[in-house]
Write a protein that binds this ligand. Structure first.
Ligand code: TRP
Ligand code: SF4
Length: 531
């Protein structure tokens, strides 16, 4: 799900804090499952186990960041730096996310709607897609149900400010280009891989697997005309799809680029050692302008540390052996462009395009006068000239799951736990009034100890939605709460009023769009048989 909720278990992001800090608690294992059992009790594990990066580390590079970024609701990313750079420099970039039309859109989905819209307002090409193939195959919804929900998602996205003239709305089932791309990408992925990533087994139906490659195609769709940095705003449960797509995007590339020090191939650990030997050449080479491989081999053997681990030992062994075999060949840094799946013509064109000194091998070219970035650019240009996609690895940003109003998790299937964007404003008001709080048992205690805003679903409503762009207001609620000046009754009354107003306003805008739906390109009635 991208909707800010997690669909299974009773767990919640215990460390949701306004400042994005992590209350180091839960020790559960993190499982990221796009179809259900994701719970995130400890966001730190996402960094350590899955290599998601902390959003705060790129925050400074984002021009005029969204309040969800400033408040740490968006907590993680993969390679968002590239998108931020494009934004700063006025280069093209794109944002895309998708929604499974399995129920009503609710305040969790609003986070993602807002993220897409914000990127659009920052100048990005924006895409909102309806994952109807996924809903039909993975969740078993009928096309009639899907059509009804599709309309509702589209209306809310528009009501919140998505500009359909500038951006694109589509549904998977009618996007031929996406399906064609999915087919191509599917050639690069096999069953064992899907099994490892998603726990698929012999019972998994083929269409469910197809919906996975469809999602990878969705994610790369903004790059079909031209490679552009693309951000996919999602919940962390979607990260497996990001990892798969980033891999597939890479496998579709004609060429790979890496650094090298000699004619032979080395793995990353060996390369680090070679780099170290090259840097130290003054210490051992007879002619430091031409350090020989054998000399470097001796150096590395002498430098071998007594406390090296088994793996380090093996890396030293293999590196030394390669260096010895290379003998008198000079150790010399270069950029290596290797052929992954290029045609002969494209490989020839690449060789031709490399300026300066180069050495050509069967499967790669070594360039001595190019930087790595220059080589990457060149490789992409040649690929594009020869009919390749030239995909950039897609970036992603991850937001925290919202806590349910009744405590526990916010779930689409528990109406009292969330506020639907279609709820009667009155009903929204009532749900907030009935919400669990982080308050103390008595008003007296609350004045004395202060409330626990960090544990309070009502505070979350302020931070994620009701305070809008007004950081001062959000902070005021927080400070007053923890300082004991704010009592839950009044606080909820204020939040409930704001929610009521938000829903009134949102629904009025939906109604305006309702009359204009025929202006849109997206098909709202599926031509498929009622299944
Ligand atoms: N799998 C997503 C969900 O469960 C929906 C989706 C389909 C999606 N394609 C996408 C999300 C592309 C982000 C990008 O909600
Ligand atoms: Fe939550 Fe408001 Fe009560 Fe604080 S005062 S615990 S923010 S409801």
């Amino acid at each position: 799900m991208t909707d800010g909720t997690s669909d299974a278990d009773e767990s919640r992001p215990e460390d949701a804090r306004p400042d994005g800090g992590t209350g180091a608690r839960g020790a559960d294992d993190v499982a990221l499952d796009p179809w259900g059992s994701s719970t995130v009790s400890d966001y730190r594990k996402l960094f350590d186990q899955f290599g998601i990066e902390r959003f705060e580390e790129v925050l400074d590079e984002v021009p005029d960041p969204h309040y969800l970024m400033r408040r740490g609701v968006i907590f993680g990313h993969r390679e968002y730096r590239e998108v931020a750079r494009a934004m700063r420099e006025g280069d093209p970039f794109a944002a895309l996310s998708g929604f499974m039309p399995t129920g009503d859109p609710h305040i969790g989905h609003k986070l993602v709607f807002d993220e897409i819209i914000w990127h659009q307002q920052q100048g990005g090409d924006a895409y909102g897609l309806i994952a109807d193939l996924e809903a039909h195959s993975a969740r078993g919804l009928s096309w009639a149900e899907i059509d009804e929900h599709t309309r509702n998602y589209v209306l809310s996205l528009l009501a919140l400010g998505f500009d359909p003239e500038e951006g694109e709305l589509y549904r998977q089932s009618t996007n031929r280009e996406v399906q064609d791309l999915a087919f191509e990408l599917g050639i690069e992925a096999n069953f064992s891989e899907l099994q490892a990533i998603y726990d698929f087994d012999g019972e998994t139906d083929v269409s469910h697997m197809q919906s996975v490659v469809t999602q990878t195609a969705d994610i790369l769709y903004p790059q079909l005309d031209e490679p552009v940095p693309t951000v996919i705003p999602v919940g962390p449960d979607q990260d497996p799809h990001m990892r798969l797509t980033r891999d597939l995007a890479q496998r579709m590339r004609f060429f790979g680029v890496r650094e090298a020090y000699a004619s032979f191939e080395a793995d990353p650990a060996e390369r680090r050692l070679l780099g170290k030997a090259f840097e130290a050449r003054d210490e051992y080479a007879e002619d430091p302008d031409r350090p020989r491989c054998v000399e470097a081999a001796d150096y590395l053997e002498d430098e071998r540390e007594a406390d090296a681990t088994g793996a380090e030992e093996r890396t030293i062994e293999s590196t030394v052996t390669m260096l010895q075999e290379a003998g008198k060949e000079p150790l010399r840094p270069r950029v290596r462009v290797f052929d992954r799946r290029a045609t002969d013509e494209a490989f020839e064109a690449l060789i031709e395009a490399i300026d300066g000194e180069k050495r050509v091998y069967d499967n790669h070219v070594d360039a001595f006068d190019l930087s790595r970035a220059e080589a990457e650019e060149l490789a992409r240009e040649v690929e594009l000239d020869h009919g390749g996609y030239g995909f950039l690895p897609p970036s992603s940003i991850y937001h925290r799951f919202m806590t349910g109003l009744t405590g526990g998790k916010m779930s689409s299937s528990v109406p009292a736990s969330h506020i639907s964007l279609l709820d009667d404003p009155e009903e929204g008001y009532e749900k907030v009034k009935a919400a669990t709080t982080g308050g103390r048992e008595t008003a007296e205690k609350q004045r004395e100890l202060g409330g626990e805003a960090d544990e309070c679903p009502v505070y979350e409503l302020y931070a994620y939605l009701l305070a809008g762009d007004d950081d001062e207001f959000a902070k005021e609620v927080y400070d007053e709460c923890v300082g004991g000046e704010r009592l839950c009754g009044d606080c909820k009354e204020q939040a409930a009023r704001l929610m009521e107003e938000f829903l009134e306003d949102h629904q009025a805008k939906r109604a305006e769009w309702e009359d204009r739906l025929d202006e849109l390109d997206i098909e709202l009635d599926s031509p498929r048989k009622r299944g």
